[in-house]
Design a protein around this ligand. Structure first.
Ligand SMILES: [Zn+2]
Length: 497
């Protein structure tokens, strides 16, 4: 299903293309995808965005979103045209001030042809004016926009931006964000980073949010609704803003008992992972019926269902661990998901140890022993799980087992030096599974190819020899289930992202 929109003047622009001088013939279209084998259409080629300025207005009663996105970017090749990823209805595009023609294609492509070709290395400003009802849009048969009784929220992985702003939608292209949203008085707009200011007039309140460190597009979030907002400061001095839907009902207490510990948990994690990398902290719970949570940068998204059974600090630990593993150091390609989820899961095991609810080793022993060799769980290769298994439980649990095996192989000193050094080495950038193996070998001075191959890349349960060498499953039979693991198991239908 292709929707084609052509701006006034587009036909004229197209025919002018024929008359472009020979010197411009080397200009070619930017690729419609950034080159991720799991998701060939995600992201785009030919340019790199440094900043998104989103100036929006949202009406909760009708789910109508309208506004203007201004993208600051630099071309990485001579460009005749380029794509953005987007689903809402575009009325105008300008490149460097001049009206550009555009068409939509594929599931989520917006193809933009600037009036004049763009030279490699040029700074460009792209303005996209748009409107639409996000909940009415689907791509590949799904939506990442969650309509709520009092508004809506955009959060998903690996894609969420298409429903609310045009972007180069892949973690390889990180950028800073200003998100300014006008909503009816009495309603709040929640996004990433710091709340720079609010202003009110004629029945509308504007919220100006700023996320001033590089941020992947899927980690940008927007929620509008009626929220109780709490503010504070972590012991280490990071401002905290949390927001809870006013309609969480009997889950309100459990949500607050978990998320109000954000500052404490971030400070604790920083002892393992290095200084907290952003100038804002928090979390928010819109009144959605999704089951998952997401590590949206500086301010994770949680679902009410995450708090159905009482407090869920292990989930807060997971999403905050991602602020280092996944957000600060992002995947190069989506096949590298282990460098995000394996570590966020392992942080939960460290928290369990901290809380006296079972050591990381005890949980590893339990997970290893409780899954028989013929369990399909072991067929998933966390180091390259395939798009269909990107968020399979094995990426998390076998992924964390890998880290326990590494810890036992290289010892605590080297292991924790690797955890901390990694986040510094690749700060605000991207890395792969292979990069991690290389770094762990460099820090520990040990060859680790066999260990990583066994635990991340073989479609089978690592044998007793590998497990024994890694001190996993030293116990015979299935050991007792650590207390913290019961909690994680109980919330598995509402899994972490
Ligand atoms: Zn996760």
């Amino acid at each position: 299903m292709h929707r084609r929109i052509m701006a006034p003047g587009a036909l004229a622009a197209a025919s002018l293309m024929l008359a472009i001088p020979a010197s411009a013939a080397s200009h070619s279209p930017g690729a419609p995808g950034i080159g991720d084998p799991y998701y060939p259409a995600y992201g785009n080629g030919g340019y790199d965005v440094s900043h998104y300025d989103l100036r929006l207005k949202y009406q909760p009663a009708t789910d109508e979103l309208e506004g203007t996105a201004t993208l600051l970017a630099r071309t990485t090749q001579d460009l005749s045209r380029f794509n953005l990823d987007f689903l809402l209805d575009v009325s105008e595009v300008r490149v460097n001030g001049a009206k550009a023609s555009f068409v939509t294609s594929g599931e989520h492509e917006l193809e933009i042809t600037p009036k004049a070709p763009l030279a490699k290395g040029a700074a460009i400003t792209v303005v996209v004016r748009y409107r639409g009802v996000p909940s009415s849009k689907e791509a590949y048969g799904f939506t990442s926009w969650h309509r709520t009784p009092d508004g809506g929220a955009g959060a998903n992985e690996p894609e969420a931006a298409w429903w609310w702003f045009p972007s180069n939608d892949h973690p390889l292209d990180k950028a800073t964000f200003d998100v300014s949203v006008q909503v009816p008085d009495g309603t709040q707009a929640i996004s990433n980073g710091t709340l720079q200011s609010t202003s009110s007039r004629l029945g509308w309140t504007r919220y100006n949010w700023r996320s001033d460190k590089p941020q992947a597009t899927y980690l940008a979030t927007l929620a509008v609704g009626r929220f109780d907002v709490t503010t504070g400061t972590s012991e280490s001095g990071i401002p905290v803003i949390n927001a809870y839907s006013k309609d969480l009902g009997d889950k309100t207490g459990a949500a607050k008992a978990s998320i109000e510990r954000t500052g404490e948990i971030a400070d604790w994690l920083s002892e393992y992972f290095g200084p907290y990398p952003y100038n804002a902290l928090g979390g928010y719970v819109p009144n959605t019926d999704t089951g998952y949570a997401l590590e949206t940068q500086t301010r994770p998204y949680y679902s009410p269902r995450n708090f159905a059974n009482g407090s869920n600090t292990t989930l807060v630990v997971h999403e905050l661990a991602h602020q280092w593993y996944g957000d600060l150091v992002s995947v190069k390609g989506w096949k590298d998901i282990w460098i995000s989820e394996g570590f966020a899961r392992y942080a939960q095991w460290l928290w369990s140890e901290h809380e006296g609810e079972g050591t990381a080793q005890e949980i590893a022993d339990y997970v290893y022993a409780s899954r028989a060799a013929d369990d399909a769980f072991w067929q998933v290769r966390p180091g390259d799980p395939g798009p269909e298994n990107q968020f399979h439980l094995a990426v998390y649990d076998r992924g964390a087992l890998t880290l326990q095996a590494l810890r036992n192989e290289i010892g605590d000193d080297a292991f924790f030096a690797v955890l901390k050094g990694w986040t510094q080495k690749y700060a605000y950038g991207n890395a792969s599974v292979a990069d991690f193996q290389r770094y762990a070998e460099e820090v520990s001075g040990k060859p680790l190819a066999a260990l990583f191959d066994t635990w991340l890349f073989q479609p089978s349960k690592p044998g007793a020899a590998a497990a024994g060498a890694a001190s996993i499953a030293r116990v015979s039979g299935v050991p007792g289930q650590p207390e913290s693991w019961k909690k994680i198991a109980a919330t598995n239908d509402v899994h972490e992202h």
